[in-house]
Design a protein around this ligand. Structure first.
Ligand code: CA
Length: 370
């Protein structure tokens, strides 16, 4: 066993038992053997997240993943979740896992666009892919290989680990009848959606989730997007604004991610590596399923009990937002050769899959109710 490998193994992954044997086992694993002593080895990982601990859907999704890995491995790989700020602030988890201060992170790739504009395409884009389309691209359309290549530069192994599905356009304290109503609108809408709103004449504001309700209620902002009925009901946003608009053009299927420190991942025996990968796949599906079920219940509560006015954005407003989004996304894609390459792959898949979408999901949903 090379000394360098041993140091790497010891530095990350907190080998609790049999540390000196870890490297030997790894060589045996690589040769395809599975010595009995492997079962004696225990790893303890820290998962740092961008969400408050157990935050509905997102934080609970991180817990689902940690629990799945711990239980599927029979406790050989124990993952403990830390909410935003517990070990590191929300937006520092990428760097923390990259340098090995924690072994695993749970967030969404658009948070790292300031670091590298190419990374945001693995999260969501205004007027971009839905959850199903993203999963098709990532797992069977070449997206995952590009994601792994991009994160390898940071010593990280990425995995899709959840999806919110189509979000809502947000809560507005006034009706949106035309583009004029967007002018001067002060709205909490982060990321590229915010840039699009700005070009439509609005004023985008970025506030953490915990401040939305007060900001909206006191009139500091006129509108806010958050996620969808499930999360928005929990925040009580219906008490602060009357109109609830759809569709969530700015976040049509946000992919959540987990990423693992590559040295820690490589130090695992093959079966544990596969458990981590399969647990992430299970978490990816489970979160989307949870949002489907809970959004549906929460929407009923919002409309039937709280008499929320659910409105569709007018066609001309959507048309202009779509035009501006294409502009903004093209500028992001031009920011680096890597961003261009990833965006072209993303766009290529989306342009191609639309033909199938049209005659499958879109047609079916339109004819189902007759
Ligand atoms: Ca959102």
């Amino acid at each position: 066993m090379k000394r360098r490998d041993f140091l790497k193994t010891a530095a990350v992954g907190s080998v609790v038992a049999g540390g000196a044997l870890a490297g030997c086992n790894r060589q045996a694993d690589d040769a395809g053997a599975a010595p009995a002593i492997q079962t004696q080895k225990t790893f303890r990982w820290k998962m740092v997240t961008t969400w408050p601990k157990n935050f509905p859907g997102l934080g609970t999704g991180a817990e689902f993943l940690a629990k799945a890995i711990t239980e599927m491995s029979g406790g050989r790989l124990e993952v403990k979740v830390y909410g935003a700020g517990e070990l590191v602030p929300a937006f520092e988890i990428f760097d923390a896992v990259s340098r090995g201060a924690a072994q695993m992170g749970h967030g969404s790739a658009y948070y790292w666009k300031g670091k590298n504009p190419a990374l945001q395409f693995f999260s969501t884009m205004p007027f971009g892919m839905t959850a199903d389309e993203m999963n098709g691209w990532l797992y069977h359309g070449g997206g995952m290989a590009l994601w792994e290549e991009a994160y390898a530069e940071y010593g990280l192994v990425p995995m899709a680990a959840g999806n919110t599905g189509v979000q809502m356009a947000g809560w507005f304290n006034r009706e949106i009848r035309s583009l004029d109503d967007l002018r001067g609108l002060k709205m909490r809408i982060p990321g590229l959606g915010g840039e699009v709103l700005k070009r439509a004449g609005g004023t985008p504001v970025n506030l953490p989730g915990g401040e939305l309700f007060t900001a909206l209620q006191t009139g500091t902002i006129d509108a806010t997007e958050w996620v969808g009925p499930y999360n928005d009901l929990a925040f009580g946003l219906y008490k602060a604004a009357k109109y609830y608009y759809y569709p969530g053009w700015h976040e049509p299927g946000t992919t959540l991610e987990c990423f693992v420190n590559k040295a820690a991942f490589d130090a695992l025996p093959r079966d544990l590596r596969q458990i981590v990968r399969m647990a992430a796949r299970a978490a990816n599906l489970d979160m989307l399923s949870e949002y489907m079920a809970r959004n549906n219940d929460a929407l009923e509560t919002l409309v039937d009990e709280h008499h929320v006015q659910v409105r569709r954005l007018p066609d001309d407003v959507i048309g202009e937002l779509r035009r501006l989004s294409a502009e903004v996304v093209a500028e992001e894609a031009a920011k680096s050769p890597q961003a261009t390459k990833i965006y072209q792959a993303y766009r290529g898949f989306l342009d191609k899959v639309v033909r199938w979408d049209d005659i499958s999901e879109r047609t079916y949903l339109n004819v189902r109710e007759g």
